[in-house]
Write a protein that binds this ligand. Structure first.
Ligand code: CIZ
Ligand code: SF4
Length: 308
């Protein structure tokens, strides 16, 4: 379908009203998709915002586990994922059965799952965390042994933060990772630091420890947005998916943001276009549904995390 962008944006706005919908865009979405959204943010932040609105329909511009999270928090709303194949490879690196098998090997351990997991994996865990609250969640759990899934690098980050605070816990990491964040390597950061000596480096905990060692602040996307606003520095080297640069630049027009590498592009996040958002609202697709039992168990794990 070929409709010029302005036309398409106004058609989306019109349809959104007709359908009583709210549009959410993750921080990693294409700029034009972020611009049409009612809320831009991280996955949990967006799902919580959407649950608060009276809208009947949620269009989640992101990947499948994010739309599932929105459905878990708003079971009575219709949740649409514009691109049905927008999946997160990291979330696909573990399933409920594999997690159950690991739990059997470590019967005393409590299980913490990163939000980047399917609803059925979340249903198997005790607490669901985001990269923004992973450290405080693990620190606060009353168990010395913790299975952390699926991101081994977020697990390593949590482990080093706990050590720095003198908190002793045995973390048993799942060996998952984000292929997109692995595109950032230390040499890119080192090179940019020489080029921009006054810049601060901010990176995501999904990056490798070698990258995060070069960082001034290791932050989730929501914390990055807050950090750059409040920090007195006006130039930042940004080590996460490139989509966030649009949001940071829009919110801080006088500051400069340099991507650690233009290779850090998540193909799954970029599947969603204005066309797919339009078609999602027009055809009410693709609806995300969950079994009540799975959804209820996953909600319990998420709610524990929200209270922190
Ligand atoms: O939870 C999210 O939205 C993800 C995957 C990243 C982040 O740091 O916000
Ligand atoms: Fe998954 Fe990484 Fe893409 Fe996020 S950036 S959706 S963790 S593959």
């Amino acid at each position: 379908m070929v409709i010029i962008t302005d036309d398409l944006a106004s058609k989306i706005r019109e349809l959104k009203k007709q359908r009583d919908a709210v549009i959410l865009a993750h921080n990693y979405q294409r700029p034009e998709v972020q611009d049409i959204a009612d809320f831009v943010g991280d996955s949990l932040e967006l799902s919580r915002e959407a649950a608060k609105t009276p809208a009947k329909v949620i269009v989640f511009c992101g990947v499948h586990f994010m739309a599932e999270t929105a459905k878990i928090l708003s079971p009575d709303k219709t949740v649409l994922l514009p691109e049905k194949d927008a999946l997160c490879p990291m979330a696909a690196m573990i399933n409920a059965e594999e997690l159950r098998a690991l739990k059997l090997k470590h019967p005393k351990a409590k299980v913490v799952c990163y939000v980047n997991t399917t609803a059925s994996t979340k249903a198997e865990c005790d607490v669901c965390c985001t990269s923004a609250n992973a450290v405080s969640i693990v620190a606060g759990i009353d168990s010395d042994e913790i299975i952390f899934a699926p991101d081994k690098y977020l697990a390593a980050f949590v482990d080093s933060e706990l050590r720095a605070k003198g908190i002793k816990k045995k973390i048993i990491p799942w060996q998952g990772f984000c292929p997109t964040h692995l595109k950032i390597i230390p040499a890119y950061i080192e090179e940019l630091k020489t080029q921009y000596p006054d810049a601060k480096v901010i990176t995501h905990p999904e990056c490798t420890p070698d990258v995060n060692r070069l960082s001034d602040a290791v932050l989730s996307t929501s914390k990055m947005a807050k950090f750059v606003k409040e920090d007195s520095c006006d130039i930042f080297i940004v080590g996460t998916e490139i989509g966030i640069i649009h949001r940071l630049q829009k919110e801080n027009p006088s500051k400069k943001f340099i991507s650690a590498t233009t290779l850090c592009v998540c193909p799954n996040m970029k599947m969603t276009t204005l066309d797919s958002v339009y078609e999602a609202l027009r055809d009410m697709k693709y609806e995300v549904t969950l079994e009540k039992k799975t959804s209820d168990k996953a909600r319990k794990a998420i709610s524990y995390g929200i209270l922190r």
